[in-house]
Design a protein around this ligand. Structure first.
Ligand SMILES: NC(=O)C1=CN([C@@H]2O[C@H](COP(=O)(O)OP(=O)(O)OC[C@H]3O[C@@H](n4cnc5c(N)ncnc54)[C@H](O)[C@@H]3O)[C@@H](O)[C@H]2O)C=CC1
Ligand SMILES: CC(=O)C(=O)O
Length: 310
């Protein structure tokens, strides 16, 4: 499969590196406003391929996207310390006006994977700008928050996070909803396993893990200026799910007709991914408190998107 990545900065390059190691695509084209950066990233990552997979990676122009089945958009500005994701909206909306037009001209049939922040709003804006159906414009949404949640839940129980099934719903951002009520280890309820293993989910444990997930980006950006390895691996995983027509479940963001009474809103729910993009939703049973939080997150995202004029 051929894929394109627009934005060859830290996130775009990390995604390309992860795709090359996982072997989730045969060919990668990297595009950036700064062609020298794209060329340098492509050359550097190509030197990893003998250790990973037979992936051809090169820098290119928009015309080189012809035939790409998936295009990751990671172009634009990123948060500086103390900025929120929503603070990036006006600047990245301008970038997307240019980028989406070029992408559509050269790869009208591609599935778009949006990574730029605020990712839910950028996903909604991309649907508006391109007119593509919702299932083909997929924001990485809460894949990273879900991964952070699973890591911390796994650490709490000393269990492999791949055996922890838990989702973060709603916004990829401050209003996100950690669904504790639907969290599971293997096929058992997380809280029951925690109790049985002598590590109950107390208020303190919940608060520590909530901050660990919700504030992760702020902590990492304070420490090293940006986050990129986690999302890079997550994007490569989504590419594999689509390219391999896996029908695996990931918490990604798409324009959603209705959730908790809020209509036409971009947000994350667990969804089935395959060749055509999003093939369906797998909404977990969640508590009344989580439903209220999800409604508030959805309403905030809807109000923010409605206020954008593109
Ligand atoms: N969805 C998620 O979970 C995450 C999203 N992000 C977001 O990803 C985005 C990229 O972050 P980084 O890679 O760290 O930033 P970066 O600054 O390292 O890279 C952004 C790249 O976009 C390029 N660019 C800007 N305008 C462009 C245009 N018109 N056409 C083509 N390329 C253009 C820049 O030249 C730059 O190389 C940010 O919005 C950031 O907030 C970051 C981490 C996680
Ligand atoms: C930057 C960002 O969105 C994150 O690391 O979650």
């Amino acid at each position: 499969m051929k894929i394109g990545i627009v934005g060859a900065g830290q996130v775009g390059a990390s995604a390309a590196y992860a795709v090359a190691l996982l072997g989730s695509a045969r060919e990668i084209v990297l595009i950036d406003l700064d062609p020298a950066l794209a060329a340098a990233q492509a050359e550097d990552i190509s030197h990893a391929t003998p250790f990973g997979s037979a992936t051809d990676i090169r820098a290119g122009e928009y015309a080189d996207l012809t035939g790409a089945e998936v295009i990751i958009i990671a172009a634009g500005v990123s948060q500086k310390p103390r900025e929120t994701r929503l603070d990036l909206l006006a600047r990245n909306a301008e970038v997307f006006r240019i980028v989406t037009g070029e992408v559509l001209n050269h790869a009208p049939d591609a599935i778009l994977l949006i990574a730029s922040n605020p990712v839910d709003i950028m996903t909604g804006i991309t649907v508006r700008l391109t007119g593509l159906p919702a299932h083909r414009v997929i924001g990485s949404g809460t894949i990273l928050d879900t991964a952070r949640f699973r890591v911390l839940l796994g650490q709490h129980l000393d269990v492999d996070p791949r055996s922890v099934h838990a989702y973060v719903l709603g916004e990829h951002g401050d209003s996100e909803v950690l669904s504790w009520s639907s969290a599971a280890v293997g096929a058992s309820i997380f809280g029951d396993v925690a109790l049985a293993r002598g590590k109950p989910v107390t208020e303190d444990v919940r608060a520590r893990i909530d901050v660990g997930v919700r504030r992760a980006a702020y902590r990492i950006i304070e420490g090293k200026g940006a986050t990129y390895y986690g999302i890079g691996a997550g994007l490569a995983r989504l590419v594999a799910a689509i390219g391999g027509d896996e029908r695996s479940v990931h918490s990604v963001s798409i324009m959603t007709p209705e959730i908790e009474g809020v209509r036409d809103v971009p947000l994350s729910l667990p969804r089935i991914l395959g060749k055509g993009g999003v093939l369906g939703d797998v909404m977990p049973e969640i508590s009344a408190e989580e439903r209220l939080a999800l409604k508030a997150s959805a309403q905030m995202l809807k109000d923010t998107l409605d206020a954008v004029h593109v």
